[in-house]
Design a protein around this ligand. Structure first.
Ligand SMILES: *Cc1c(COP(=O)(O)O)cnc(C)c1O
Length: 412
């Protein structure tokens, strides 16, 4: 074995081929490219999303409630599909709140987290009757003022900035000084104040991190989260109706990443819930996931519009780019750029015999889709497909940059 060979990408699951063409939901990509009206486009497979939810339900304890974090992929058709499949939607803006309500999710199952909610946003959330995750003492007081004025008692949960972090996470969202949530040690005092206000206490929200592939780290964080929630519940004005213990389940993007052992996470959580503290005996345990639900169900497809050789390197120049898919270019939370899994969609299973650089059409050296990728020999007209693109793709991209049209999106 050549030990200098870089580690391979984790296996891509759920897609097929017809002839040499990749299929999504049994549709060859060459056909899909025509029916959507050309490249570039995102396609999301509703069957894969549905099967992912089924798998989660099988692996997680029955009593766990599953929420979808809309920010991972707010395409209205995706949100509508997930409204049928999950128990609640977590939103991070009034725009996402509208999507969730228009998709038909009952207001009581929609929760709104995020720092910096304005008075106007809080007012709309109160009017809609959704659950507001309190991110700071100031926000709690402002919400109380709005509630009093409106003659309402909004449903609230206290978002806690835990006194631990989720180890080995792509993005840490808790532990240490953070703009998210109220520091765990301040929460008992906040709860005393909350009991005096026109707010209906519903529970806690403790989200410690994101994009985690290590079952052990997630198991430890879940254990600490439930311990913390039980300790804080002793100070609450009423029994918490729910504790949202976050999620953080990751998907493999880069060479060397392994699929998360979700069965193991589920088994440990089941054992932990069997001996839940009395304080949480009547409490719903909520897990919120974005990326894990939609990430692997989506692809981004663009077309090679030019090729060139420059000082010994071959470039495939595509009609796509970072304006559609910032994360792919390595500029969304990555420190060192690594390649997403990519393929030539109309040349699947052909021998990979050429190392190429794949770039987008933007006039910036940041616009890289693949560095030194080994692919079948390809040229103008071929379709480049990027896997693991169903979450934080279009929604996390600067579509205004260079004023190209936005890509199409389809749910198939
Ligand atoms: C972004 C976010 C999520 C979703 O994270 P994923 O990595 O997509 O699962 C869940 N909860 C909160 C509070 C978030 O901010």
């Amino acid at each position: 074995m050549n030990t200098r060979q870089p580690p391979a990408h984790a296996e891509i699951r759920g897609f097929g081929t017809v002839g040499h063409c990749l299929t999504i939901a049994d549709i060859p990509l060459t056909e899909l490219a025509e029916s959507v009206g050309g490249t570039p486009f995102y396609a999301y497979d509703s069957g894969l999303i549905t099967r992912r939810i089924d798998h989660l339900r099988r692996c997680l304890p029955n009593e766990v409630k599953l929420h979808y974090a809309v920010k991972a992929n707010p395409m209205p058709e995706v949100v509508r599909l997930l409204t049928e499949l999950v128990d609640g939607l977590d939103v991070a803006s009034v725009g996402e709140m509208r999507l969730a309500l228009e998709a038909g999710m009952p207001a009581a199952e929609v929760s709104f987290a995020g720092p910096g909610k304005t008075v106007a946003e809080l007012t709309q959330a109160v009017a809609a009757g959704i659950v507001v995750m309190l991110e700071s003492p100031g926000e709690m007081e402002r919400l109380h003022g709005i509630a009093r004025e409106a003659g309402k008692r909004p449903k609230v949960a206290v978002r806690v900035n835990p006194d631990f972090e989720l180890k080995a996470s792509g993005m840490k969202m808790g532990g240490g000084p953070k703009p998210f949530g109220i520091d765990a040690e301040q929460v008992p005092e906040i709860l005393l104040r909350l009991a005096e206000l026109d707010l209906e206490f519903h529970g806690f929200h403790i989200f410690s991190g994101s994009q985690n592939l290590q079952a052990e780290a997630l198991i430890e964080a879940q254990r600490k989260t439930l311990d913390l929630a039980a300790a804080l519940a002793r100070h609450a004005p009423e029994r918490p109706r729910f504790v949202n213990i976050g999620g953080g389940f990751g998907i493999p993007y880069f060479p060397g990443d392994q699929h998360l052992d979700i069965e193991k996470v589920g088994e440990h959580l089941a054992a932990r819930l069997d001996r839940l503290a009395d304080e949480l005996a009547a409490t719903d345990i909520v897990i919120e996931l974005g990326r894990y639900i939609v990430g692997e169900a989506g692809i981004y497809v663009c077309r090679v519009v030019d090729t060139k050789l420059s000082r010994g390197r071959k470039f495939l120049i595509t009609d796509g780019g970072l304006h559609h898919h910032l994360a792919l270019s390595g500029n969304f939370g990555q420190v060192l750029r690594k390649n997403y899994p990519v393929a030539i969609a109309n040349k699947m299973d052909l021998p990979a015999d050429e190392v190429v650089d794949i770039v987008g059409c933007l006039c910036t050296p940041l616009d890289r889709l693949g560095d030194k990728v080994l692919l079948p020999r390809s040229g103008t007209g071929d379709l480049v497909v990027v896997f693991q693109s169903g979450a934080y793709g279009l929604t996390a991209s600067p579509t205004g940059f260079l004023s190209h049209p936005p890509p199409r999106e389809v749910l198939v």
